[in-house]
Design a protein around this ligand. Structure first.
Ligand code: SAM
Ligand code: SF4
Length: 323
């Protein structure tokens, strides 16, 4: 029997899934995974920071917030040609999705946004699934991005509604939900997940999953990040996230949102190949890859290391989507 898509989960149900003995949980998640996805395929995505640092927000995990003294160098919006050259390279090394991230609080209707629109068109023309994460969006801005060919918009909830104010004071949880709704209305697919290791309780984690899993339509993509501890941020001394917590979180996301792509994202560099294998067993079916240090503000494993890992595990990069 194929598990059904449900949008009426309760916190207790989700908590009961998460609290199962680990082997039961992973077995259940792996079963659901096989009903909805090809278990040998992993989508390989490339993330490029197109505008880095100097962000006015105070997200306490983020090295790009201007108010924290971190080693991240501020970089203005990259030229379109540079971005397209990165996208071309990403395509050649096996990525099928290209995500452009900007350290902005929100999108403004200015020349920079016009340039991002050109980038979206250019990446789309290369035949890559194009994704952006640019901060808050109005409905009109979302429509412009959709018309330019944007496939997905990333906007993470990061944590539970209750814990949100402990992590970010410069915007509200509701602002996040609003942007996600604007993205939906424009017909762009939604990429939204969160971070574990911010000091939240297990209940907060489940509450975040509840918000995602009770949306009228589940996000097509759900990134599960482990906090990448950045020196100079308020959370730099938080304990390292336990790999089993990542496995539990991924498995629970897989079970409650069976059709979504579950993305193993930040913090992956601190995980061994075996730990990552557990995450794939638990239903993760997408990773971000990048040239070590250069593409991302927090390092990710290099492209060839990732391809070697997939090969070791008998997994394959998912073939390109057709436009
Ligand atoms: N400024 C935009 C925003 O906040 O939506 C887009 C870029 S922001 C870097 C995208 C996401 O990266 C955040 O929502 C957060 O989930 C994740 N992120 C940022 N720093 C992180 C860190 N140190 N560890 C884990 N995830 C992080
Ligand atoms: Fe970082 Fe985005 Fe928060 Fe800015 S809004 S501090 S870039 S996570």
């Amino acid at each position: 029997m194929t598990s059904a898509i449900r949008n009426n989960w309760t916190l207790e149900e989700i908590q009961a899934i998460y609290d199962q003995p680990l082997m039961e949980l992973v077995y259940q998640a792996a079963t659901v995974h096989r009903q909805w996805h090809s278990a040998k395929e992993i989508q390989v995505c490339t993330l490029l920071s197109i505008k880095t640092g100097g962000c006015p927000e105070d997200c306490s995990y983020c090295g790009q917030a201007a108010r924290y003294h971190t080693d991240i160098k501020v970089q203005a919006l990259l030229p379109t040609e540079t971005v397209l050259a990165h996208a071309q390279k990403a395509k050649e090394t096996g990525s099928t999705r290209f995500c452009m991230a900007a350290a902005w609080r929100e999108v403004r209707d200015n020349k920079d946004f016009d340039r991002v629109i050109d980038m979206v068109k250019g990446v789309n023309d290369l035949g890559l699934e194009v994704c952006c994460t640019l901060g808050m969006l109005t409905e009109e801005q979302a429509v412009r991005l959709q018309e330019a060919g944007l496939h997905a918009y990333n906007h993470n909830l990061d944590t539970s509604e209750d814990y949100y104010k402990e992590i970010i004071s410069t915007r509200k949880f509701d602002n996040r939900i609003n942007t996600i709704n604007n993205v939906r209305k424009a017909g762009i697919t939604v990429c939204s997940g969160g971070i574990i290791g911010l000091g939240e309780t297990h209940r907060d984690r489940m509450s975040m999953l509840l918000t995602l899993a009770t949306m009228p339509k589940h996000p097509e993509s759900v990134p599960i990040n482990a906090l990448a501890r950045v020196k100079g941020t308020p959370l730099e001394d938080n304990p390292k996230v336990d790999a089993w917590d990542m496995v539990r979180m991924i498995a629970t996301a897989r079970i409650v949102m069976p059709a979504s792509t579950v993305r193993l994202t930040a913090g992956r560099i601190e995980m061994t190949e075996s730990e990552q294998a557990w995450c794939f067993m638990a239903g993760a079916n997408s990773i971000f890859t990048g040239e070590r240090q250069t593409l991302l503000v927090t390092p990710n494993p290099g492209v060839s290391e990732d391809m070697k890992m997939l090969q070791n595990l008998g997994l394959e990069p998912k073939a390109a989507i057709s436009h």
